[in-house]
Design a protein around this ligand. Structure first.
Ligand code: CA
Length: 379
């Protein structure tokens, strides 16, 4: 079997209501989908997280290295592409592009052997995974204390065992929002906060001390990703786990994070940190360092499906035992017109649990009409 074609699809959709996290407003969602064709008729799908038009350009630039190659040689192709661009792309867009390619190759491999990717990555440890609700962003109008509480109560009522609140809007306001959300969800639902690195260590620690009483499951990206000393300071000062890693790449980047003991929970994005091949390696390394692994997920159904195949093989957070603590799926609940439309059968949750697709490859089928409908102009 040989690769005959590598295509990119830049997708874009305008939101009905803009929403904000600590550093920007979103008024549209974008996605970059990778499609790889083979001479025996199999097609693989992948997705890259990152700036869609730029990751698409990077995938197109890598395509000549892939044409004519055997798509089953995922490890070999990863090493070849990485080595070819190592001097210029150890992090960022190049690795995000490589991630989308790698996921598409695994999809082909699974389809070729007629099994889900997780079977080829060591075999699934679970058939379903607990999902936590990512939402609780800011809106243009309304009282955040009221609408955040209502939204959070809605997730709890749907059966989610945990929710993640966006912070980074100023320590006092964050503390009030955290209190309102904890009050709304009650004591039994997990509550995480995510600053998207809007703080320095001083502000992050100040916030942490104010919200400590609300039983925080983790504090995500308190400080910028390059500030490992800042991460360590926050981690040393606060009594709850510190999470991060959605802006880190490859086993080499995570090695440095892990060696520095900068965080308790690693959150590589499968569509950015190097794809399924690399994220499995990062996951194995996390076990060796005693660091928990919960993937960052912010994409379409293809990104969710790839994350689920990885989640199927991730070890429990705690040593295997009757009450072992399992890794969780980040389940984005914000508006994303492309996310579900792209799949013939959207990935849903049932009382906060998402079943891992068991069909060959990523276990999904892509709706080509949606690729056309959401195709970005001029891409
Ligand atoms: Ca995040």
């Amino acid at each position: 079997m040989k690769i005959t074609e590598v295509r990119t699809h830049v997708l874009e959709a305008t939101l009905s209501q803009p929403f904000a996290y600590s550093r920007a407003w979103y008024d549209r969602r974008t996605a970059m989908i990778v499609e790889i064709e083979t001479d025996d008729g199999l097609t693989g799908w992948g997705e890259s997280y990152g700036p869609a038009r730029i990751t698409a350009a990077a995938v197109k630039a890598m395509a000549p290295w892939l044409i004519g190659e055997d798509p089953l040689c995922t490890e070999h192709l990863w090493q070849e592409l990485y080595a070819s661009l190592r001097d210029h792309g150890q992090k960022g867009v190049i690795v995000q592009a490589l991630s989308g390619i790698d996921i598409a190759l695994w999809d082909i491999k699974g389809k070729h052997f007629g099994v889900p990717v997780s079977r080829l990555m060591g075999g699934p440890l679970r058939e379903g995974v607990r999902a936590y609700a990512t939402g609780l962003y800011r809106r243009r109008s309304g009282d955040p204390l009221r609408y955040l509480a209502e939204e959070a109560a809605g997730y709890a009522a749907e059966g989610f065992g945990a929710v993640k609140l966006k912070v980074g809007f100023g320590v006092e306001e964050d503390a009030r929002a955290t209190a309102a959300v904890r009050e709304a969800i009650g004591p039994d639902v997990g509550l995480m906060v995510d600053a998207n690195h809007a703080y320095d260590p001083i502000e992050a620690i100040r916030l942490g001390r104010k919200i400590e009483r609300y039983d925080i499951a983790w504090f995500e990206e308190p400080v910028p990703p390059e500030d490992l000393a800042g991460y360590r300071a926050v981690k040393a000062a606060l009594p709850f786990p510190i999470a991060g890693g959605e802006c880190e790449f490859t086993r080499f980047g995570f090695r440095d994070l892990f060696v520095s003991h900068a965080l308790d929970i690693a959150e590589p994005d499968t569509c950015a940190a190097g794809g399924l091949s690399e994220c499995k390696k990062i996951a194995d390394m996390a076990v060796a360092f005693g660091i928990r692994y919960n993937p960052h997920v912010w994409g379409t159904g293809i990104a969710i499906a790839a994350s689920l195949q990885l989640l199927a093989v991730l070890p429990p957070h705690t040593p295997p035992a009757l009450s072992a603590l399992e890794p969780m799926l980040e389940f984005d609940r914000t508006e994303h017109p492309i996310r579900a439309a792209l799949l013939s059968a959207p990935i849903e949750h049932d009382r906060g649990v998402v079943r891992i697709p068991a069909a060959p490859g990523l276990g999904i089928s892509v709706d080509r009409e949606a690729l056309v409908r959401f195709g970005a102009r001029g891409a």
